[in-house]
Design a protein around this ligand. Structure first.
Ligand SMILES: Nc1ncnc2c1ncn2[C@@H]1O[C@H](COP(=O)(O)OP(=O)(O)OP(=O)(O)O)[C@@H](O)[C@H]1O
Length: 711
């Protein structure tokens, strides 16, 4: 058979199948209507009859095909096609039905149509005529459906007047909600009090009263005021002005060491680097604890590094001088037994602990060691728990044996029920010694305390204080602290910011000291050492901290620097110039604690001019004479940038920060600065080859020296 004939035969077979199914459907309908099957009336193609395919043959393939018949191909159209073919006519394109063919097939289609029309379905169509879809169109505003009596009546095709049906109510159009505030988005799942953070102007200050009798005006004792003056402090900075009234309220009862029925609110503070956060907690702690009669561990200050522990201890000692408070610190720098001897009286064992210090400053790791291994070390008397550089410490909350959860649990009194269910031998049934339990823990004395139903629940009096320059930039972390009615303070200039936007501003922008100047130099990475030498020798950068990305790079850069300085001072090119080599040292975690201490002291004494360091000293370190910070390796996140450059321009002094950005990292760095809304503050500098040219001979010598060392 020629291919065209095969195709026609195939077409026929398909058409035949569809026809038969349609026919079967019609038969069913007719049978349902009580009429005989109209098979004989229908024009059946010859091919179907010859093949002997009856209705029954198609039973198994019925379902899908019959659906197709009902929805896509009308049997009358098929009949028309067939007739056209028989008459040598071309088939009519789909959708166009020639008049005579429609006429010819009316027997098949009309009875069904009539039944439909009679049923009144048409009256719905005519009422909504022309606009059934329009009535449901989502693009039109919805309006309440008119009552049927309001609508005009139209004659239907039978000439009867039927009341029009009311149109279906339309669905309300989807509308775009207002974009949520950034603060709202950011605070999803966060403490609601965050959104009511108090925004404090960094320029705010309070002069210290000249007369000691007026010390109470700022909540301090005459003794503390005198001490501040001795230290050369004449005013309180913004963060201190805000926090002192909160932590030292005029109502003396609220300053009590135990507040089991009216525990104090916790406070979170975000204030720029060098803005005086340390004094903002040292002053209230010293002032409050000065009223104590017995030494107990009442203030615990947790810091991320040993160096910071030493620094904060010095501030406590300076302020607490003459108050009779005992201050201790544990960092793991000394043997464990030595620290234990400084911390507690080991004998006799008391349920309330027996402390030798009122204030303890520590790193989290060593604190855990003492919590688990030092008898009589107890946190139940804590009145203050300070977490300084809180964002960093909270990032490590799970480290050091889950330190944060353990500390919180140790300050929390056990529930009454818990105390009752303790095994008998664990209960405190006798008091062999004055047992030193804190009021909130007294119910542990199972047999000795008579309890009544009206007993109010006693809570821990421990007030948590969180501080950081970048605390609000990731407030999600604060959630781990189980804060009690917290208050949030943000020291940041936010010119004209609405109160409702405070959180958005605090989270998106990083607050920097107003006295800081920032520069960025984009260069080839290979040029970085030369640019560093240019900053030192041509621009006069000195008393500087130079930050690198690792302890190893710190070491290498210092060696290169020393070779460079040696080559430069040896050169006889221009005897009139000052050729005294710059003193540069490395400060990194590779050094022992003793070495680090000695280097830091020399740097503070300005015997060392350039201190090259890794991020070890990027947080919290307060070295007054640091005039410059050089980011030799650009920091990879904004938080790090803020803390590094914050080592200068502290306490209202001026300072400059220089960031050397390799060409390949420039895009990332600029994006980071821009997304922190900080691009405008950044001064972009260019250093030309001509400016670097005089340094190149010494640099070559230095490079070959370094090569020798490493080979
Ligand atoms: N009221 C004040 N008057 C003068 N100097 C002050 C005052 N308060 C603090 N300082 C000094 O300001 C410097 C910075 O203080 P501090 O170290 O507490 O800053 P910080 O806010 O904790 O900074 P960082 O976030 O970097 O840790 C210190 O040298 C401190 O002695």
């Amino acid at each position: 058979m020629p291919p065209t004939q095969i195709a026609v035969a195939k077409q026929k077979t398909k058409a035949k199948k569809r026809y038969l199914k349609a026919k079967k459907e019609r038969k069913k309908h007719k049978a349902a209507a009580g009429k005989p099957a109209a098979g004989g009336d229908v024009d059946v193609p010859d091919a179907v009859r010859q093949d002997g395919h009856g209705d029954e043959d198609n039973n198994d393939s019925k379902s899908d095909d019959s659906k197709e018949c009902e929805t896509s191909v009308r049997p009358d159209d098929r009949g028309t096609e067939r007739r056209q073919r028989n008459e040598g006519l071309r088939p009519t394109p789909k959708g166009k039905i020639p008049e005579e063919s429609a006429e010819g097939d009316v027997d098949v289609a009309r009875p069904r149509k009539r039944r439909k029309l009679d049923s009144g379905e048409l009256s719905l169509d005519t009422t909504l005529s022309g606009s059934p879809s329009a009535a449901h169109s989502p693009s039109e505003p919805s309006s309440p459906p008119p009552s049927s009596s309001d609508l005009p009546t139209e004659p239907n095709y039978l000439g009867r007047r039927t009341p029009p049906l009311p149109s279906q109510p339309t669905f309300p159009l989807p509308s775009r909600p207002d974009a949520p505030e950034i603060s709202e988005l950011a605070s999803q799942g966060l403490d609601r009090a965050l959104a009511r953070a108090q925004l404090v102007d960094p320029q705010l200050s309070t002069p210290l009263p000249l007369d000691e009798d007026q010390s109470a005006d700022i909540g301090l004792s005459a003794k503390t005021l005198r001490r501040l003056k001795e230290l050369g402090i004449t005013e309180l900075f913004a963060v201190q002005t805000t926090l002192l009234p909160m932590l030292l309220p005029p109502d003396r009862l609220k300053r009590s060491l135990y507040l089991p029925y009216d525990p104090p609110s916790d406070i979170c503070v975000s204030a720029p680097t060098g803005s005086g956060k340390t004094l903002a907690y040292v002053l209230p702690i010293v002032e409050t604890l000065s009223s104590r009669a017995v030494t107990r561990l009442r203030a615990l200050v947790v810091l991320p590094t040993r160096d910071l522990v030493v620094q904060v201890r010095e501030t406590f000692e300076a302020i607490a001088k003459g108050h009779g408070l005992k201050i201790g610190s544990v960092t793991g720098q000394h043997p464990f037994s030595h620290e234990q001897a400084q911390l507690v009286n080991k004998e006799p064992t008391l349920h309330g602990g027996s402390s030798k210090v009122d204030i303890l400053i520590c790193t989290p790791g060593r604190l855990m060691d003492h919590m688990s291994g030092t008898p009589n070390f107890s946190l139940q008397h804590l009145r203050f728990l300070v977490i300084d550089e809180a964002d960093r410490l909270l990032a490590q909350a799970q480290s050091f044996q889950n330190w944060l959860a353990q500390v919180l649990a140790a300050t929390r009194p056990p529930a009454y029920a818990e105390a009752d269910t303790k095994p008998r031998e664990d209960r405190i049934t006798s008091i062999p010694y004055p047992d030193a339990l804190s009021p909130a823990f007294l119910h542990l004395l199972g047999g000795s305390v008579v309890r009544a139903d009206i007993d109010e629940k006693r809570e821990s009096s421990c007030q948590k204080l969180l501080f950081s320059a970048t605390l609000m930039n990731d407030p999600g972390r604060i959630a781990a602290l189980e804060l009690r009615t917290p208050r949030y303070v943000v020291v940041q200039s936010a010119g004209g910011v609405q109160e409702s936007d405070v959180l958005g501003v605090a989270m998106e922008r990083f607050s920097m000291p107003a006295t800081l100047k920032e520069h960025m130099i984009v260069c080839d990475s290979s040029q970085k050492p030369l640019i560093l030498f240019h900053l030192v020798h041509s621009i006069g950068v000195t008393n500087a901290l130079v930050f690198t990305k690792s302890a190893e790079s710190t070491q290498r850069l210092v060696q290169l620097f020393e070779f460079f300085e040696a080559a430069r001072s040896d050169s006889q090119v221009d005897a009139t110039q000052n050729r005294k080599p710059v003193v540069v040292r490395a400060y990194s975690s590779d050094l022992s604690a003793l070495e680090r201490k000695s280097i830091l002291e020399k740097f503070k004494a300005q015997e060392i001019e350039m201190l090259v360091c890794s991020d070890l000293v990027s947080r919290g370190m307060d070295i007054k004479h640091v005039e410059h910070v050089i980011n030799y390796d650009a920091p990879v996140d904004m938080r790090k940038y803020v803390h590094r450059v914050g080592r200068t321009a502290r306490a209202g002094r001026t300072g400059e920060a220089w960031t050397l950005v390799g060409k390949q990292e420039a895009r990332y760095f600029k994006k980071m600065i821009k997304s922190a809304d900080h691009a405008a503050a950044m001064n972009r500098l260019r250093v030309t080859d001509r400016q670097l040219a005089p340094l190149i001979p010494f640099y070559r010598v230095a490079l070959s020296g370094l090569k020798d060392v490493y080979s």
